[in-house]
Design a protein around this ligand. Sequence first.
Ligand SMILES: Nc1ncnc2c1ncn2[C@@H]1O[C@H](COP(=O)(O)OP(=O)(O)O)[C@@H](O)[C@H]1O
Ligand SMILES: [Mg+2]
Length: 258
Amino acid sequence: MFGPEQKRLGEARDRRFEIEASLEPLFADGMITEVLGLVRKGKEANVYCCRGSRWSGREYVAVKVYRSLEQRGFRNDADYQPGRDRGLKGQARRALANKSRQGRLVQAGMWTHAEFETLQLLHAAGANVPEPISCSGDTILMEFIGDGPEAAPMLARVALSADEARNCLRQILDNVTLWLRCDRIHGDLSVYNVLYRDGGIVVIDFPQAVDPRFNHNARHLLERDLENVCGHFARAGLHPDARRIANEMWHRYHLSRL
Ligand SMILES: Nc1ncnc2c1ncn2[C@@H]1O[C@H](COP(=O)(O)OP(=O)(O)O)[C@@H](O)[C@H]1O
Ligand SMILES: [Mg+2]
């Protein structure tokens, strides 16, 4: 008989194979030499702390592995998709449009690449984001944010003094401004996607970032991002007005005065 225990073991084994299959090319290329642990099972991806090598240039690296298409709860793309398929040619564009399995593969690859490219752009501009190292298929290799192999906590889990909170909020708003100057809005900003390390912030999780020049939901997403983070600071006695800040940023963005 095939009982629940065997089923669980079978699922665990399938997952292990899936992880190994995704990480294998990174071992083969010498970018990682050991998997030290699963940092977190996120909404759409698993993130592992791995030992780097002289090729990856760091002692510890983070590997974000997007789940297989079947296991992944895709976000509702409608808000984010506009402008995203600009680079696609005939067949890929048609597959995406008719939502076939091939289309979902195209879509999955687009999200991984979109996150990697956004990290490259923003890191080069000096934003507080992990340094991207490489990207292929469903994985992104990037700087590990933590203390040694210990991952930094999410801002949502850190108790801050009033001064620390003020400083943190300033850093977040400076980052949102800098991203906008680079024509990017995070689109899923929250205190769960901000890591806190040595009194500073590092923002992660950019697959859905949008370019306001091509996305008509951009202003709404900017406002929602700011509302999501600003609300968190009430517990430290700060009451930033997210709508006013969003309005001002948007206005300055259009006057090219950010
Ligand atoms: N570069 C990194 N360094 C350390 N921890 C990370 C890094 N990137 C992600 N994490 C951890 O993995 C979790 C999931 O990553 P995230 O990019 O937010 O994916 P998801 O879309 O699944 O939420 C994060 O909440 C964070 O705890
Ligand atoms: Mg996340």
